[in-house]
Write a protein that binds this ligand. Structure first.
Ligand code: M6R
Length: 616
């Protein structure tokens, strides 16, 4: 939530920051702003409500002579969407400009303290308080050197409770930029006589692939040719320089009208990436080098607890079905936000697995911290190399799905489904699963990208179904067993991008309440690919049809249903049961996408949402 860009170096700062903000817009997009230090060492500040492009109404980036600046695209937490609440925030006496991602929890205490010191405030934000707190401590310093700038920020942050990614400018230090982090991601790109600070690599990768990921409670003070990183307690930090492993083109939309559309179409390649290097030499089992640190502990584990949010939580629910079925290990799936505050009894042989596309979701990070505090081994599954989850977990698996920019998760979700199915079979092969079962899974895994390509050919058909139903205001999504998480995911996609109320249920659960909603106006999307239990699903279908509810079926060809008995019938290719949910998900993604288009919604930037949820 919220995107930050900061620059100090040889290039004109304003165009680079503006372009960087556009790359980060998926993190928040209700208002934006840019603050610069001009050649005469004074500040210039531009802010507007709306998208980053709306900044062009008040300034022309190419006319600025600045080489140092900060920018921000906001997802409002404290204070309504307004120009005054937009970042950067200027301190009361005008010495500092600051952009912030995160939440200052003790903002009331800090504000009272500053009010007693005769500070006044123009905005409703917690960020302005921080700008003033830094200024207050700066004015206690003996000099106006960069070292005093650093000390003032350290002192202020020592009084802060909460999360922050910060970029700060000080008018007395016109050649310096300061960045700090606690709980909100921030990285520093290292270029040729330049440094770029950003919330994620998308804003940096055009200029350099060399980055440092700041850690919690670290502060970086930089000029064009110098970078000093230390802790809040002034201990020097020697940070590791990492290489971003994807190209700028991967973060572009290409020929596609929306990122979501592009990302749906990338799913075959994403599965290839998820599989690469993860198949045993005898083709009978997945393998994961990243899990090696756990050694033989896998054999001792008697319970796995998954923690995640949103779509990643749905992927974990899928893992519960698969791991219990193939490896006979009891699994629980927790909302990360709940796990943190629950006193869930865990045994000594429990393994905790956190799953997060971004690797930065605050609720998931909090669950991870709680699990570690209680001494449990924690495995991470994430898409973002260098993310907090990748650094804080004991070991893990990277998704290698490439940057996911669309706010609605698509390729990252199916990649998680694939990796978790592989994990289930990996654990199964360590325990009960025999060689031939393992081989048949691996064969299906290798054929999966081709079957995804075949499933993508269904787009036109699904677009026509959306045309028939786009005015419906509520939907049910039903599926049994491994298709229940797909039903949940299909409903979430429709809610978040088409703003249509949708609820996912296990198919049979429908008659315990949701059936009251069924009518001509409430279509039901049913996923049915398990022939053995189809007669039960057929009963549910009849119950809905008896109440005039339209049925949209997503099924494999072997399902014995007369297509004329549903209003729409989508046939997907058949694959191994552990992988079938991946193929079943694709029609749900297309359906939400085409519903959103027809309803005039902004597919990639749905209202009220942001891609990476870094607040509680
Ligand atoms: O980055 P994460 O996987 O941790 O994100 C978790 C959720 O915020 C995310 O899946 C969200 O629900 C998406 N908007 C779903 O499309």
């Amino acid at each position: 939530m919220c995107g930050i860009v900061g620059y100090v170096g040889r290039r004109p700062a304003a165009p680079l920051i503006f372009e960087g903000l556009q790359h980060l817009e998926y993190r928040g997009y209700d208002s934006a702003g840019i603050g610069l230090i001009k050649a005469d060492d004074t500040f210039e500040l531009y802010r507007n409500v709306g998208r980053v492009a709306a900044l062009l109404e008040c300034f022309e980036p190419r006319q600025s002579d600045s080489h140092v600046g900060i920018g921000h695209t906001r997802w409002a937490t404290h204070g309504a969407v307004s120009v005054l609440n937009a970042h950067p925030h200027r301190s009361y006496h005008g010495d500092f400009l600051l952009v912030h991602n995160g939440v200052i929890e003790n903002f009331k205490t800090l504000k009272s303290f500053l009010l007693e010191k005769d500070y006044a405030f123009y905005s409703d934000t917690d960020t302005e308080i921080l700008a003033n707190l830094i200024e207050f401590y700066y004015q206690q310093q003996a000099t106006t050197e960069p070292a005093s700038f650093l000390q003032a920020v350290q002192e202020a942050l020592r009084h802060v409770q909460g999360t922050y990614g910060l970029a700060v400018l000080c008018q007395d230090c016109p050649n310096h930029l300061l960045a700090a982090r606690n709980g909100s991601p921030l990285l520093i790109g290292i270029g040729d006589n330049e440094h770029i600070v950003a919330s994620d690599a998308a804003a940096i990768v055009t200029y350099t692939s060399q980055v440092i990921y700041l850690r919690d409670r670290e502060i970086a003070l930089m000029s064009s040719d110098d970078l000093q990183i230390c802790t809040l307690q002034s201990e020097n930090v020697s940070a590791e320089v990492c290489t971003i492993d994807w190209s700028p083109e991967e973060a572009e939309r290409g020929q596609h009208e929306h990122y979501m559309h592009k990302e749906i179409y990338e799913q075959a390649q994403v599965i290839v990436n998820a599989i690469r290097g993860h198949i045993s030499d005898d083709f009978s089992s997945p393998r994961f080098g990243g899990l090696a640190p756990l050694g033989n502990r896998w054999n001792e584990i008697d319970r796995i607890v998954f923690c995640a949010c949103g779509s990643a939580w749905h992927a974990c629910l899928e893992a519960e079905y698969l791991i219990e079925h193939y490896a006979h290990i009891p699994v629980e799936v927790e909302y990360a936000s709940e796990f943190r505050y629950r006193n869930a009894p865990l045994s000594k042989r429990t393994l905790v697995v956190v799953v997060s596309q971004s690797g930065e979701t605050l609720d998931t990070l909090a669950a991870l911290a709680e699990a570690k505090r209680r001494g449990y081994p924690v495995v991470g599954i994430t898409n973002v190399v260098g993310s907090t989850i990748s650094r804080e977990t004991d070991c893990g698996i990277y998704q290698h799905a490439g940057p996911e920019i669309g706010v609605a998760s698509t390729k990252a979700f199916t990649s998680q489904l694939c990796i978790l199915a592989m994990l289930a079979v990996y654990l199964g092969r360590l325990r009960h699963m025999d060689y031939t079962e393992g081989v048949s899974f691996i064969q299906a895994l290798q054929e999966l990208p081709q079957k995804i390509e075949e499933t993508l050919l269904l787009e036109q058909q699904i677009s026509e179904i959306a045309q028939r139903y786009y005015q419906s205001e509520q939907f049910l999504f039903l599926g049994r067993q491994t298709l229940f998480p797909v039903a949940l995911e299909g409903a979430l996609k429709l809610k978040e991008i088409a703003y249509v109320y949708a609820q996912g249920y296990p198919s049979a659960e429908m008659k315990h309440g949701p059936i009251a909603l069924v009518s001509k106006e409430c279509p039901t999307v049913i996923f049915a690919t398990q022939a053995a239990i189809f007669p039960k699903t057929l009963s549910n279908i009849q119950e809905i049809r008896a109440r005039n509810g339209p049925i949209i079926m997503v099924a494999t060809g072997e399902i014995p249903m007369d297509p004329s008995e549903s209003e729409a019938f989508v046939i997907i290719p058949k694959t191994h049961p552990a992988l079938q949910p991946i193929l079943a998900t694709i029609p749900a993604q297309f359906f939400a996408y085409h519903m959103a288009l027809r309803r005039g919604c902004d597919v990639d930037k749905p209202r009220n949402l942001a891609k990476s949820v870094t607040v509680e």
